[in-house]
Design a protein. Structure first.
Length: 193
């Protein structure tokens, strides 16, 4: 077999540098078949975030594990994106993302829900600083595709302020004020009248 894999499971490796937290999502051992036998190398997938709305991912490959992680971390720092968060703890709206065979659905959640998501997606949310979210991945278990599909979904997130600016309206018009006079009456109010 030309390629051997060794999955790091939840890995859970975290480091802090420059107020950035990096999570090792997976580490694979890959083999290149050459004339004298096999040459082994390691491929790492790392997610980096500041836990305040910025997150990025990167992959690196090297003959040694620490060097692969360093390369992946450097790439992740270069590809960071900013994600608008509601109250600094969850998403503003539900969103769907795809990449290859990976499909993810991210849903905003009430306070106290926690992070309900699988391994690679959990690492993204922890690095991003989201505390309450419900996420589901369908289609693939490949950590690379799951992370890329999650980033595709996060790039589609928009705050009410961004939507209002795009439409040329005020934030109150986008959110829609709820007047008590315009709401339909409940059955108890109708029977008492």
């Amino acid at each position: 077999m030309a390629r051997e894999m060794k999955e790091g499971g939840r890995a859970g490796r975290e480091r802090e540098s420059d107020d950035l937290v990096d999570n090792l999502v997976s580490i694979n051992r890959v083999a290149k078949v050459v004339k004298g036998g096999r040459r082994f190398a390691f491929a790492a997938l790392v997610v980096v975030g500041d836990q305040r709305g910025r997150v990025g991912y990167g992959s690196g490959k090297a003959r040694e594990v620490p060097e692969a992680i360093r390369k992946a971390t450097e790439q992740a720092k270069k590809t960071m994106i900013r994600v608008p968060m509601k109250e600094g703890r969850t998403l503003h709206h539900d969103v769907h993302g795809t990449y290859g065979a990976g499909n993810v659905v991210l849903r905003s959640a009430e306070s106290g829900t926690g992070i309900i998501a699988g391994g690679p997606m959990r690492a993204v949310f922890e690095s991003l600083g989201i505390n309450d979210v419900v996420a589901k991945s369908t289609g693939t278990r490949n950590p690379h595709n799951m992370v890329k599909a999650t980033f595709d979904a996060l790039k589609r997130c928009a705050s009410p302020r961004i939507v209002a600016a795009r439409r040329g309206k005020k934030v109150a018009e986008i959110l829609g004020r709820r007047d008590t006079s315009s709401q339909p009456q409940t059955t108890s109010e109708v029977t008492n009248a």
